[in-house]
Ligand binder design. Structure first.
Ligand code: DX5
Ligand code: ZN
Length: 213
């Protein structure tokens, strides 16, 4: 069964504590935090303080998506703030293998992500397997964008690069019940969704629809 990670980028930012509790009740599997620095992407969101303030409100794992330049500068902060999965962008660092080691060495799961325009074969330069690859269905930076048609083929390509390994495929951006089905058929293990979950207050129903239930 595919896991669903609501992206808090689309949640009510003025009431995140309550939103987190509602998502747990709605059977979300993880919470996806989109950390943006205004440089790697033309948007800015939140830092470790928000994670730390939410951590003791829920048992759900914190799935942190770093859309930042020089992620090496931020990783210790988010490890300390309670991240469970820490994903950085391959385009943002020259030392992906080192970062994977650092994250896994701290007991977290390491994720690697690629902008939609980056060749999936770039993943072959990794000599350490991440725990997951975050395949972007949209250009990173904003929620509510249309799903890119080439996403399922990028999922399939990613799966073939890490065939016979435990590497999970997480898909992020433009996920709704229809695109979720395409991603699941292509081999996705985890789906991130913002707009499709927060479009109304029926979080449980919206999550079920994405899971395919
Ligand atoms: C975009 C973020 C995504 C986004 C998903 O940069 O990484 O997590 O919030 O939002 P929707 O589901 O609305 O595309
Ligand atoms: Zn994200």
């Amino acid at each position: 069964m595919v896991l669903v990670a609501p992206s808090l980028l689309s949640a009510n930012a003025a009431d995140l504590g309550n939103e987190v509790k509602l998502l747990e009740k709605a059977h979300a599997d993880l919470l996806h935090f989109d950390v943006m620095d205004g440089h790697f992407v033309p948007n800015m969101t939140y830092g470790p303080l928000i994670l730390r303030s939410l951590k003791n409100l829920t048992q759900l794992p914190f799935d942190v998506h770093l859309m930042v330049n020089n992620p090496e500068n931020f990783i210790p902060w988010f490890i300390d703030a309670g991240a469970d999965i820490l994903t950085f962008h391959l385009e943002a660092t020259n030392n992906p293998n080192l970062l994977i080691e650092q994250i896994q060495g701290s007991g977290l799961k390491a994720g690697v992500s690629l902008r939609p325009g980056t060749d999936i074969n770039k993943l072959k330069k990794l000599n350490k397997n991440p725990d997951l690859v975050l395949v972007m269905g949209v250009e990173p930076g904003f929620g509510g964008q249309p799903f890119r048609e080439d996403t399922p083929s990028r999922i399939i390509k990613t799966k073939s690069i890490f065939a016979n390994s435990e590497v999970l495929i997480e898909v992020d951006g433009g996920i709704n019940p229809n695109t979720a089905r395409q991603c699941i058929e292509a081999g996705a293990d985890i789906l991130v969704a913002g707009t499709a979950i927060f479009k109304n207050r029926k979080y449980g129903n919206n999550i079920r629809m994405i899971r395919g239930g």
